[in-house]
Design a protein around this ligand. Sequence first.
Ligand code: GAF
Length: 398
Amino acid sequence: SADPEWVRPWSDAEGRRAALETFRDRYDDEPDLVAAAPGRVNLIGEHTDYNDGLCLPLALPHSTYVAIRRRDDDRVVIASGLEDGAWTGALDDLGTAEGWPAYVAGVAWALGEAGFTVPGFEIMVESTVPLGAGLSSSAALECATGTAVLALLDVEESRETRMGLARAGIRAENEVAGAATGGMDQTVAVLGSPAHALLLDCRSWETELIPFDPAAAGLELLVVDTRAHHQLNDGAYESRRRACERAAAAIGVDSLRNATPAQVDALEDAELRSRARHVVTEIARVAECADVLRSGSWDRVGELMSASHVSMRDDFEISCPELDLVVDTATARGALGARMTGGGFGGSAIALVRQDDVPDTARAITEAFAAQGYDAPGFLPAPASAPARVLPALHLIR
Ligand code: GAF
């Protein structure tokens, strides 16, 4: 039977080389700089961000790399080594871009709205973040682009600048790309950290880095891209968001963060009740997960992950057969816990697995997919990694 397919990240040197080379090919010129931003995987806390709740994502080692060159006029040229559909327009047209270039143009537009004097530019995109896999390829693209534009403008590095960049990414996504997402993905793309998960409180936007180093305990967080299609601007994601708003309104709170379990149980509408129950129980699981991570209780982390999956499968109804198959197969092979991650309806699942069991678990999942006639899944190593960054000056490495 087929070997498991691993999706390896690039080192920054490899990512820079890829972005540089495609930039030179396309524009016949040298870029001014290369910037990068990571995809993310969410350990726990799904569909909580737009409910003012808690989530606990981490930055992947897989990043998106952009090479950028400032222009003297008001033209913006966007191209990618990965996808067709380049976009060319004026700075004034940035808000009208569609398809994947909307994430690039949208963040430049949002930085302009935030008061920055964004110049014309040419940009080239390369990436190892799988597309449409629930691993935030769009936030990685937004945050890499924003980091590059801010670097062209010599904007000083600070937590505030990073949060401003995350907000620009969120506006790009909501207002230009047309996806009604929350702010988890952009925030972890700019504030994640190696060997840490980011506890994010989406009511106050306070963050705390929680040590997350499963390898030190002989464990690995295995990410499995089911390759089942996932898209966030096709209505299913937004319908969940609207259901949460209706549940909060029926209870009489401004967000489900402020609803109690008893209030949720008293909801008359069965669908709203189960949607709200997922959110309220999930927020409690995130809080507990952050606590037990601080004390290194990995068994409990696994239990919380599995409970989260059941809640998403049965109450929020955003799983799918491929995601359930990953979770069930990993669990049967002795994973401490497993769950789907990200927006749902396809995309990726994660499993907390003993390092020694990783090869067997990956093989069992690959075989289970083949037996069902599904496309082969992809496996990603996922040590918590670095946030958005400008790569050291080009002349140093040429
Ligand atoms: C997607 C969204 F972009 C996030 O904002 C979040 O809601 C997530 O789905 C679900 O937790 O990644």
